[in-house]
Design a protein around this ligand. Sequence first.
Ligand SMILES: [Zn+2]
Length: 176
Amino acid sequence: MSKVYKNLIAEIHQELGIPASYAKDRKLLLQYECLDLLPVGIDIFNREVSMCAKVLPAWKKMKSAALGDGIELQLVSAYRSVEYQKSLFLTKMNAGVSIADILKVNAAPGYSEHHTGKALDLTSPGSECLEESFETTTAFAWLRHYAADHAFTMSYPRNNKHSLLYEPWHWRHEIK
Ligand SMILES: [Zn+2]
């Protein structure tokens, strides 16, 4: 299973022109696609969202705890397939964006935490979606304080070791 997956990812990377040393250079681990997805409803763009079945109760609990403190956490994105990540790259490449520039903002297919269904992109009403300015919101302040109580951690803090953009909106559940 894992060898088949590794080969599939390697093939996709070759096709997209992603350097073979990518994962090592960026200190990124292969992320496996979630096999027990559950639909969560719709996101703020009216798209269907799914997440890992094990994470759903934790998300619901954190969301309602935040609400209890007057903070509304909204889901922007959760599970994304390898195929979806690949299509994202192709769309940008077709628009003339270089692979090096795409890799500054997007994890390569196979290395996005969203494959696991355990990473959530969050926002709050009145905040600009997936923008660094989310760090100035009360929702972010709440997450900094309480997300850990629900086993969510911010994967890509400022100056992270993966050379990925600072993503104050991206929180991953670590099942204990
Ligand atoms: Zn994310």
